[in-house]
Design a binder for this molecule. Structure first.
Ligand SMILES: [Zn+2]
Length: 393
């Protein structure tokens, strides 16, 4: 088995080197430079390596776009893509990684950055094994994204054509290597502005249109129709929430402006839209139902943004099967699961690259208790090599 070619000591050094490099969202340059230098040492030709212009489309201050490497195959076959994000959360600032038993931890009161340097290191370790031993391989794309932690920006803005149309995608951004994330929830954030008509609440309340009454009727109606909180309709599931209500100035004035914010979630993209549209409909109906003495009603403006896109792969999808088969060869049973969070894979799947997300040993991300499990990390390194070996058959 080619996985025996993995040098565990060197793979561990790859991880430690990457954990030491600062690289918050938008400041991935040093991480990328380290990866480029190591990939070249492993045998990547300079012309295989390039950076895209994703940062020019990211509405924040970013040093660079995504780092992309296209390794030519030694044989024909569906192109594989391995991806991981280069950025870490602000809590990682100033990290000093230290080894503690079979883990890497942060020495001080910072997070470790195992989310997601374990991925960068595992991908690098796989490339070292494949290229330095000149293993037979299909064409392989590496995608190191920027800005994952603040909105999946790199994955959102990557241009699929530049990736060479990968057929199977393996994103690494999780803990246990046997848990393969094959689906993720989609989420909308929505905002409603309810415009009523102001009038003196004591002298001429009938001249006014109360935005407060509209908001109250709308929210009650959302609940009555079954679209509030935990939602189950015809076998379809989702959630919604009213997160904020703001408005009103004085008790003697009919409220003419109320702003309501909330969210909707579902694993089912169509049902997610249904939930958000049902909520919009309740606000519209409520606004029309409140009139003043001359028949003037309230008005609303409703906006929403997609935070994450939902996706769900079938368990017999080639990407999921490739993962399960490779894990089986390492003596591990694959546990497919669906996550409630947002991952680069959400956008990669939406862009037509069927992508599972695998673990490389990160635990308790975004906390001072974060650690990297060395055994799990090494298992992921082997898993990636095994996936390449299997693709040749
Ligand atoms: Zn992550």
């Amino acid at each position: 088995m080619t996985t025996s070619l993995l040098n565990a000591e060197r793979a561990e050094q790859n991880l430690l080197d990457l954990l030491k490099i600062p690289g918050l969202s938008g400041r991935e340059r040093q991480v990328a430079d380290h990866l480029i230098s190591e990939l070249k040492s492993a045998g990547c030709a300079a012309e295989w390596i390039f950076e895209d212009d994703a940062h020019t489309r990211i509405p924040r201050d970013f040093e660079m776009g995504n780092l992309i490497v296209k390794i030519p195959g030694t044989m024909e076959g569906p192109r594989l893509m391995f991806s991981g994000h280069m950025d870490t959360v602000p809590l990682v600032r100033g990290v000093v990684p230290v080894k503690a038993g079979n883990r890497y931890v942060s020495q001080g009161e910072t997070a470790l950055g195992a989310d997601n340097r374990t991925a960068c290191a595992a991908i690098l370790s796989m490339v070292q094994v494949v290229l330095e031993n000149d293993l037979p391989r299909p064409p392989i794309t590496l995608l190191f994204t920027v800005g994952e932690e603040i909105g999946l920006f790199g994955a959102k803005e990557v241009n699929v054509e530049e990736l060479g149309s990968p057929a199977l995608g393996f994103n690494i951004d999780s803990g246990e290597p046997d848990r393969a994330i094959i689906g993720a929830i989609g989420a909308h954030r929505w905002q409603v502005e309810i415009k009523g008509i102001s009038s003196h609440a004591g002298v001429h309340p009938e001249h006014g249109v109360s935005a407060a009454l509209i908001a109250a009727r709308a929210i009650a109606d959302i609940s009555a129709k079954g679209y509030f909180g935990k939602i189950q309709q015809d076998g379809k599931n989702g959630t919604s929430n009213v997160g904020g209500i703001q408005g009103g100035e004085a008790s003697n004035q009919v409220t003419d402006l109320v702003k309501v914010t909330g969210e909707s979630r579902s694993h089912d993209p169509d049902f997610l839209i249904e939930i958000t549209e049902a909520i919009r409909g309740c606000f519209e109906a409520a606004a029309a139902s409140v009139e003043n003495h001359v028949g003037k009603a309230g008005r609303i403006t409703f906006n929403f943004q997609a935070d994450y896109h939902a996706f769900r792969m079938q368990e017999d999808h080639p990407t999921v099967e490739a993962t399960a088969n490779a894990l089986a060869k390492l003596g591990i049973t694959c546990k497919p699961e669906v996550t409630n969070g947002g991952l680069d894979a959400n956008f990669l799947n939406v862009k037509g690259i069927p992508t599972v997300t695998l673990g490389a040993g990160q635990h308790n991300p975004h906390t001072v208790d974060e650690y990297a499990d060395i055994e799990e990390y090494l298992t992921c390194c082997k898993l990636l090599v095994q996936i390449v070996e299997d693709a040749v058959r």
